[in-house]
Design a protein around this ligand. Structure first.
Ligand code: GLN
Length: 493
């Protein structure tokens, strides 16, 4: 060992991968280092499951592969990563942040987990999240909130709050997340890390506990766009036998175009993303980042996404509708929690679901069931579907004038834990800038662009047209080469 293990968490995933390839550090030493950090900082609440023996066994096998001649073809060999607890894993319990799945063991790995595992990525454990990925603050987890490393009294965002906090606190160089209406981008923004949600269908949903199937997408969260590119290259790709909505598009090596020049890049600025609802501190950081892009040779083009506001009611009809259907499988029979005392089958269902689901999940099941019911289906669900199409069309109009769209991820910086806890609508409203891209199925990412009120990180959102993940990562990477916001570290971590 030539590398001091006390510094391993200072490295980006790409740097760590380089050291592992050069055999300057072993996968086992790396895993041990990060396991210890996770232990030391367990008060953040980021991890839901860790299993030292499993992690070290994976690391030992990565070390064996690193010793072989073909190691260079697998650049992620030995790199540690933790998964959002929405992905099912054979080696660790999978709860989806729900009491319903307490202690649940999947007999198989999610496709994304399997693909990363095949490349020799070592799993550090499972990360906390809002129950069934429903939420924006990670406070809907049945296993307690996650704390934001920049201010432990504040939310890390949600629903991939554990992923964002763990990366920001450098308990892991990277994590997986899922994004249905913003759950990769918003926590990335709140914790000052980089995250990308690919085009709907690019990453297989097989083995992701389903929330809203027409929206759910997996993606990586890490410190840099380069790290995200390395991971996304492995996470994407067709999975025709196991996810019928996975796209036929072959996986790409997203690292190859990272450094392409961005001179002449047209960045669309949607007027609706910069209205009264946007906090002044967030706006200032975004404006500064946009000026930086101009200095890098990009031009700013005003565009319009006129139905931005409608994305909130549309999403909060469609997502609960799909959730109410997806969650019907939790009936106490097939898997998960079952009530202990009941009189008959119907009573067993009722008690199981009453005990197993948290308030927000129940709220969404009720909303979803309502909007899908006879008499309301046309008025709500069908209308929402029509407007969803129009929102997607608005983006296509905008992309006639620009290459990527930029704006805020969220209207404010991370709020205090407890602040919006009893006000679901206040939580929903904060999703306004991430929902349009989700409804359209477009790729989107968040990159750190500075700090706002209370010294909290601000994230800028970049939205690309379908299958433009490579372009987004390139645009993000060029910014990160010229700035150091992504390299800032919260005090004490
Ligand atoms: N905040 C949104 C919600 O509560 C988005 C969640 C997500 O993307 N998983 O539904």
């Amino acid at each position: 060992m030539t590398q001091s293990t006390t510094e391993l968490h200072d490295l980006t995933l790409a740097e760590l991968a380089g050291l592992l390839q050069a055999r300057k550090v072993s996968a086992v030493e790396t895993a041990q280092h990060f396991l210890l950090r996770a232990e030391t900082h367990s008060a953040l609440g980021a991890f839901l499951a860790r299993d030292r023996d499993c992690t070290l066994a994976q690391a030992r096998s990565a070390d064996q592969r690193l010793a072989r001649a073909d190691a260079a073809h697998h650049p992620l060999l030995g790199v540690p990563l933790a998964h959002k607890d929405i992905f099912v894993t054979r080696d660790f319990a999978s709860t989806a942040g729900s009491r319903m799945l307490a202690g649940y063991r999947s007999p198989f790995d999610a496709t994304v987990v399997e693909r990363l595992g095949r490349e020799g990525v070592v799993t550090l454990g499972k990360l906390n999240c809002d129950e069934f990925a429903m939420g924006s603050s990670n406070e809907n987890s049945a296993y307690g909130p996650v704390r934001n490393p920049w201010d432990t009294a504040r939310t890390p965002g949600g629903s991939s709050g554990g992923s964002a906090a763990a990366v920001a606190a450098r308990l892991t160089p990277a994590a997986t997340g899922t994004d249905t209406g913003g759950s990769i981008r918003q926590p990335a923004a709140f914790c000052g890390v980089t995250g990308i949600k690919p085009t709907y269908g690019r990453a297989s949903r097989y083995g992701m506990v389903a929330f809203a199937s027409s929206l759910d997408q997996a993606g990586p969260m890490a410190r840099t766009a380069q790290d995200c590119a390395m991971l996304l290259s492995v996470m994407c790709g067709p999975d025709p036998d196991r996810d019928s909505t996975s796209l036929d598009t072959p996986a790409e090596d997203f690292t190859r175009t990272l450094s392409d020049p961005i001179t002449g890049l047209r960045i669309g600025i949607p007027a609706e993303f910069f209205g009264d609802g946007l906090a002044a501190d967030v706006r200032t950081a975004i404006d500064t980042a946009l000026a930086q892009y101009q200095a890098l040779g990009a031009t700013l083009v005003p565009v319009s996404l006129p139905r931005t506001e409608l994305s909130i009611p549309v999403y909060y009809i469609i997502a609960p509708a799909e959730a109410s259907s997806n969650l019907s499988r939790f009936d106490g029979v097939k898997f998960g929690h079952r009530a202990e005392h009941y009189s008959d089958l119907a009573d067993m269902y009722r008690k199981t679901r009453a005990e197993g689901f948290g308030d927000e999940v129940k709220r969404r099941i009720m909303i979803g069931t309502y909007v899908l019911s006879h008499g309301y289906y046309d008025a709500y669900y069908l209308q929402a579907q029509k407007i969803r199409r129009m929102i997607a069309d608005d983006f296509q109009q905008a992309f006639k004038q620009c290459d990527v769209i930029a704006g805020p991820v969220a209207p404010t910086v991370a709020w205090k834990l407890g602040e919006k806890n009893n006000d679901p609508v206040a939580n929903y409203l904060a999703d306004i800038f991430t929902l349009p891209g989700s409804l359209a199925g477009l790729p989107g990412m968040s990159i750190p662009v500075g700090f706002g009120a209370h010294g909290m990180p601000v994230g800028m959102q970049l939205i690309g047209n379908y299958l433009q993940e490579g372009r987004l990562l390139n645009v993000a990477h060029r910014f990160q080469q010229a700035t150091d916001w992504h390299a800032r570290v919260p005090k004490g971590f």
